[in-house]
Ligand binder design. Structure first.
Ligand code: SAM
Length: 282
């Protein structure tokens, strides 16, 4: 078995396959040997558990997941890595690699087809250029999954794990909190990757809620309100909603009054309940 977190081994495998890193696909491979075992353990991968991995790269995290989980399905967009994975993970018969863009896949169908009644978790070192769309897809598709354990840029991790209603919160904080309870797990320095990115990373876990914490009549409206509110976060809420939702200012003032939200409040101060009350009054 190759040591997949050793930079010399990685270089030799990749050069044998004539592979060069693609910056545009967010290819920063982990070379810190302590990260993947810890991530796999914390993801909940275990006997009887199915795991979806996004972006296996050369398989350093996949290797740890395969040791623990019942079955792993790894989705890799870069066709060149499929033959690499065939070589590096040949010892596992509980692994399926799919060559596809995760954003194009019907993941509900994939879970029905591949995991046959197993409890499922997601674990990935995400390509940073699509952190938010991937996380929102995993949540909005309402997948029958228990948790999502992902490595993202540290700043994104802090934003996602910020408290709703605090200065650090943003549209992603509020949206993620509607579906899940986020938790910061541990930080990972930029030097843990090859090639090293410019910023540090962190591993977070999103524990999927069984029920949303607030009652919303129309989720599309809720997310439109959140997006409009934070699009101009320095503006007071009445102005950002009026311009973002293209609703007359007097109408917005009425909606805010019915929702019990001051028109001069800023988006970052609002609770999830406030956002739900605004959406329910539109
Ligand atoms: N898991 C490996 C590791 O930790 O070393 C690689 C992680 S690297 C940050 C991200 C991986 O995601 C790359 O292998 C890249 O090719 C893949 N990727 C990029 N965009 C993708 C997409 N839309 N769908 C699936 N995989 C993607």
């Amino acid at each position: 078995m190759n040591n997949l977190s050793d930079s010399k081994t990685i270089k030799s495998i990749l050069s044998n396959h004539g592979f060069t890193f693609s910056k545009s696909l967010g290819q920063n491979f982990l070379i810190n040997p302590s990260v993947c075992p810890r991530m796999a353990e914390l993801s909940g991968a275990d006997t009887g558990i199915g795991v979806i991995e996004i972006g296996p790269g050369i398989g350093v995290l996949t290797n740890e997941l395969c040791k623990l989980a019942e079955k792993v399905v790894a989705i890799e967009l870069d066709k060149r890595l499929i033959s690499v994975l065939d070589e590096t993970l040949s010892e596992y018969d509980n692994l399926k690699v799919i060559n596809a863009d995760v954003l194009d896949l019907d993941l509900n169908q994939l879970i029905r087809d591949e995991f046959d009644g197993m409890e499922v978790v997601v674990c990935a070192n995400l390509p940073y250029y699509i952190t938010s769309p991937v996380i929102m897809k995993l949540l909005e598709d309402k997948l029958p999954i228990k948790a999502i354990t992902v490595m993202v840029q540290k700043e994104a991790a802090q934003r996602i794990c910020a408290e709703v209603g605090s200065r650090q919160s943003g549209a992603l904080t509020v949206s993620v909190n509607y579906y899940a309870e986020p938790q910061m797990l541990f930080s990972v320095s930029a030097g843990s990757f090859m090639p090293a990115p410019k910023v540090d990373s962190a591993v977070i876990c999103l524990n999927i809620r069984r029920e949303p914490p607030v009652l919303v009549e129309n989720e599309k409206k809720l997310f439109a309100v959140i997006k409009a509110a934070f699009a101009q976060r320095r503006k007071v809420i009445s102005n950002s909603l009026a311009s973002g939702l293209l609703i007359d200012k007097t109408k917005i003032m009425e909606i805010l009054e019915k929702a019990g939200v001051s028109h001069s409040e800023r988006a970052e101060k609002l609770s999830l309940q406030n956002f739900a009350d605004i959406a329910n009054n539109i």
